[in-house]
Ligand binder design. Structure first.
Ligand SMILES: [Cu+2]
Length: 146
């Protein structure tokens, strides 16, 4: 005994006639030129980390903050540069988000649980210096009078 149930759903497009609606399409030229000026703040602060994965985690954490426009962590300088709409968020919220992801900032210690969950290579040294001058090399020949 075989019971074969075939349910065939045939989608019939009946609404072909409604295409005529396009005719009355108004070319809405209501140019809202009132470009809302967002109150942008840019700042840089220290964040510990090791590698490219750290970079992703840190930047993702920062970007999870509503109002964040951009975040870029510099692995050689151990610092992050963030731009945000300061009517929506503030610098503390960004520090908090990064710390929650397991990373130390120069203001807040990273969340321990999140730190433990980081991949081995990302478990940075908590004594690591932050906000290094990095690749900003200044020739200081002036100090050497031989
Ligand atoms: Cu890493």
């Amino acid at each position: 005994m075989k019971k074969v149930i075939l349910s065939v759903a045939i989608m019939t497009t009946i609404g072909l006639v409604s295409c005529k609606n396009d005719a009355k399409k108004e070319t809405t030229n209501t140019e809202l030129t009132s470009v809302k000026e967002i109150a942008m703040t840019s700042t840089t602060f220290g964040v510990r980390g090791n590698c490219g994965m750290c970079k992703n985690t840190i930047e993702k954490a920062a970007k999870s903050v509503d109002g964040l426009v951009s975040a870029e962590w510099d692995g050689s300088k151990k610092q992050v540069n963030v731009s945000f709409d300061n009517t929506k968020t503030n610098i503390d919220a960004i520090h908090k988000a990064i710390a929650n992801s397991g990373y130390d900032t120069d203001k807040l210690a990273g969340n321990d649980e999140s730190y433990k969950d980081l991949p081995g290579c990302c478990q940075y040294d908590h004594t690591m210096e932050m906000s290094l001058k990095g690749d900003v090399k200044i020739d200081e020949h002036s100090g050497h009078n031989h």
